[in-house]
Design a protein around this ligand. Structure first.
Ligand SMILES: Nc1ncnc2c1ncn2[C@@H]1O[C@H](COP(=O)(O)OP(=O)(O)OP(=O)(O)O)[C@@H](O)[C@H]1O
Ligand SMILES: CC(=O)N[C@H]1[C@@H]2OC[C@@H](O2)[C@@H](O)[C@@H]1O[C@H](C)C(=O)O
Length: 396
């Protein structure tokens, strides 16, 4: 048994999810017991600095370094707080950190590199770029616990998207011998892991990808309509009062990201303020109320999930297990169920894994695997050329 703390702040940038877990086994015999889970909100000033950077704001390198370490200190505090009433202490921390920029690999090879050209025309590379702040060295130093961080770069180095990384953990913890399952996260961004029945060479058949916006556009629209006094549409109650504008939804769904086959990943760079402003501009032609726009944005999340299943899965699932904050949006859940009437939709909690802390648990497992020398990525999911060890180890 190894006691591990898993930490992540996701694309909603609402705070740090921490999971204190006890892990045993390796892959097919992996077991994880959740001892404690909690979310520690960021101080408001830190959150707005992060959101500003994610939205393309400029800061100096000195400010950048301070921000990196301010985030790391918040993560270290979360790692200490989550263990407080549950001795003995963890011997390992897996920290995803805070994504501030994500650029998937180029869909096709870039033009050949001209070594005699000036540097600014010779920088294009087929590799993706993904940056998470909150360096593990500071977390290890502050807590005295060995910390694994920077999980995405190794997958990117071998040509992968660097995301989604949760799929192998989903496969080990949530597969069924008889059912075709989808594990659907609806966080700021949505992602899915498809799990065929776990028999024979099933692990080779697991697939997954980012489905597109989860809550980001909804949250930004609510902030826009309330001048910042509300941050999300609780239970989907506002959207429920509106009517979906089908022609507008069809326009939005024609976006390249939704047509692109997996492997694929995305973030606030694509589905952020600029995209929302374009959505609002296109909606002017239909004279929509705020409720109508929210209903249509909710439908975008739901329809993009359904369409991606219909286009990219070998078979529609028997069951969907939801996780992430969007699984609390009752209206969104009802819309998904009404589009997928024959599918049994539940939360991952009903299959034994907390939907609120699944991502934090996943980074605890990835750190544990890194420590044991077990690869963490699934190449068919991320598009990597091979399975690799994920994460850099900072000793304490
Ligand atoms: N009761 C609720 N009703 C509607 N939406 C909710 C509710 N509770 C949470 N949410 C939504 O969930 C979001 C947070 O989800 P979550 O914490 O899973 O995101 P994240 O982990 O930051 O994202 P990602 O998985 O993309 O990294 C909130 O911003 C809000 O939009
Ligand atoms: C770059 C980045 O942080 N991507 C996140 C984001 O949030 C949801 C979706 O987009 C997901 O693919 C990924 O995180 C999860 C934890 C993953 O890698 O599996």
């Amino acid at each position: 048994m190894t006691r591990v703390v898993g930490l992540i702040s996701g694309t909603s940038v609402d705070g740090i999810d921490a999971a204190f877990v006890e892990i045993a086994g390796s892959e097919s015999d992996l077991t994880v017991e959740l001892l404690a889970g909690a979310t520690y909100p960021y101080p408001e000033k830190l959150r707005s600095q992060i959101l500003n950077l994610c939205a393309g704001g400029s800061i100096s390198m000195a400010e950048f370094a301070l921000l990196d370490d301010a985030i790391a200190r918040q993560f270290a505090q979360a790692a200490q707080a989550i263990q407080k009433h549950h001795p003995p202490a963890a011997t390992l921390i897996g920290s995803h950190g805070q994504t501030v920029y994500h650029r998937p690999p180029a869909p096709r090879p870039p033009a050949p590199l001209h070594l005699d050209a000036p540097w600014h025309v010779s920088t294009n590379t087929p590799l993706g770029y993904s940056l998470q702040l909150g360096r593990g060295e500071v977390i290890a130093h502050a807590t005295g616990i060995k910390t694994v961080s920077n999980f995405r770069v190794a997958d990117i180095t071998v040509g992968g998207q660097g995301a989604p990384l949760v799929s192998k953990i989903d496969a080990c913890l949530l597969s069924s011998p008889t059912q075709h399952r989808c594990i659907q996260n609806i966080g700021g961004i949505g992602n899915v892991t498809y799990l065929p029945p776990c028999q024979g060479n099933w692990l080779d058949l697991v697939s997954g990808w980012d489905t597109g916006p989860g809550n980001t556009l909804l949250d930004l629209a609510v902030q826009h309509f309330t001048q910042g006094s509300q941050s999300y549409d609780q239970d989907g109650n506002w959207a429920r009062q509106g009517t979906v504008c089908q022609p507008l939804l069809n326009q939005w769904l024609s976006h390249d990201f939704f047509q692109q086959p997996p492997p694929k990943s995305t973030g606030r760079e694509l589905f952020g303020w600029d995209y929302l402003h374009q959505c609002i501009a296109k909606s002017q032609a239909y004279s929509l109320s705020p409720a109508d726009l929210l209903a249509t944005l909710t439908e975008l999340t739901v329809a993009s999930i359904e369409d991606s299943y219909r286009h990219f899965l070998p078979k529609m699932p028997d069951q969907i297990f939801l996780c992430g904050g969007g699984s609390r949006n009752l209206y969104l859940k009802e819309r998904l169920q009404s589009r997928l009437q024959s599918v049994d939709i539940q939360k991952t909690d009903q299959a034994g894994v907390s939907g609120d802390f699944k991502e934090a648990i996943a980074f605890a497992v990835l750190a544990y695997w890194r420590d044991l020398g077990i690869c963490g990525n699934l190449p068919p999911v991320t598009g990597a050329k091979q399975a690799v060890l994920l994460g850099n180890i900072a000793p304490c």
